[in-house]
Design a protein around this ligand. Sequence first.
Ligand SMILES: Cc1cc2nc3c(=O)[nH]c(=O)nc-3n(C[C@H](O)[C@H](O)[C@H](O)COP(=O)(O)OP(=O)(O)OC[C@H]3O[C@@H](n4cnc5c(N)ncnc54)[C@H](O)[C@@H]3O)c2cc1C
Length: 396
Amino acid sequence: MSAVITESRQSFGLSDEHREILEQVDRFAQSELFAHQERMDDEEWWPPDAFPKLGASGYLGVTAPTELGGAELDFFASGLVLQAVARWNPSISLGILAHENLCLNNILHNAGEELRQRYLPGMCDGSLVGCLCLTEPGAGSDALGGMATTARRDGDDYVLDGTKIFITNGPMADVALVYAKTAPELGAKGISAFVVETATPGFQVAQKLVKMGMRGTQTAEIVLDGCRVPAANLVGSENEGVKVVMSGLDLERIGLSFMILGMAERALELAVDYARSRKQFGRAIGEFQLVQGMLADIYTEVEVLRSFCYDVGREVSAIEHGAARSRVHKRSAALVLQAGLMIMRVADNALQIHGGAGYIWEMEVNRLYRAGKLLQIGAGTNEIRRVIIARELLGA
Ligand SMILES: Cc1cc2nc3c(=O)[nH]c(=O)nc-3n(C[C@H](O)[C@H](O)[C@H](O)COP(=O)(O)OP(=O)(O)OC[C@H]3O[C@@H](n4cnc5c(N)ncnc54)[C@H](O)[C@@H]3O)c2cc1C
């Protein structure tokens, strides 16, 4: 690990347990996941053994109880896993986020014992991959109000119809947490959440989407066409899906910010290494003050994010799931807003330091730059993040 990252990670009062997790996952990600980065980006390929390996190493189901196969650690620890993996392979970190934060955690916190027993052990050992199906072609920022997917009760089943878009892990998932309207006349108050096995007839991957960055992460359009799901797969109560969505989104935003921190750490490393090794005018470019200014800006941005991210991570770890929602809602939106703005500035400076080499597709810094833009869009766009913060500030 480069000295600059080692030094920064030491100064944030991590407990011995948290420091050990960060270092352990970092070593694992560097030795097992880093080498896949280039092929994943070139071929939009996902390594099939990634989830089983992560599961076998204890890095999935981080907050789930041990009797369900989890590691029974706090939320902060799950953030550190995302941070460490993202440093060496952002696409895999995004895949973990969708599996862990968006699907597994929502089942863990909102589903009954039977669903938890049925799905969590496989999701913790990586034999089952999860995804979350909320967004639709006509319902992005207005995911709840614009939702057109319906779930109609029919005997002991619900029948789901609709289209979901931009679903991370969609092409390869075994288990999907799907939101649908059970009472369309109630608008956002008529939404329910279901665990749907993707092998169920009527659950179709309509297309795999080609992305500008995070290309290894598999992203799909999903069509639900008369997809019959047992009523027992309802998560929580009927028409109470909004609660599930909202509590999950706050945690997703914090998890995403840990991930962004790992990517920013890597951008800093790459920028420092290049500034030391690249020579122009007979000197390392790092000797030029304009290059030094960019390096200093990157370092400062990374440290500011680390501070904010660890602070919000600690806060949410210390409170009961769903408690103090208003404060966490505002702070998680502010954190991810700051993280998304920061990663594009950092990636831009890091690429600039690489000059023409940075503009070349296969360069790692180029992948970071392309990946970064998603982090201003997913988990609520920058604009929606601002709307949430302002609404909470104004009590609107
Ligand atoms: C790679 C990728 C992975 C994703 N993974 C998942 C996933 O796993 N599961 C899932 O359910 N979803 C996923 N999403 C969807 C993501 O959450 C949405 O793309 C996002 O919420 C924005 O919705 P939209 O793309 O429809 O944009 P739109 O809502 O159409 O927004 C378009 C523009 O209008 C702005 N805008 C909209 N409303 C307002 C407003 N009220 N005030 C100000 N500006 C506004 C937006 O900020 C944006 O700039 C993913 C998206 C991507 C790109």
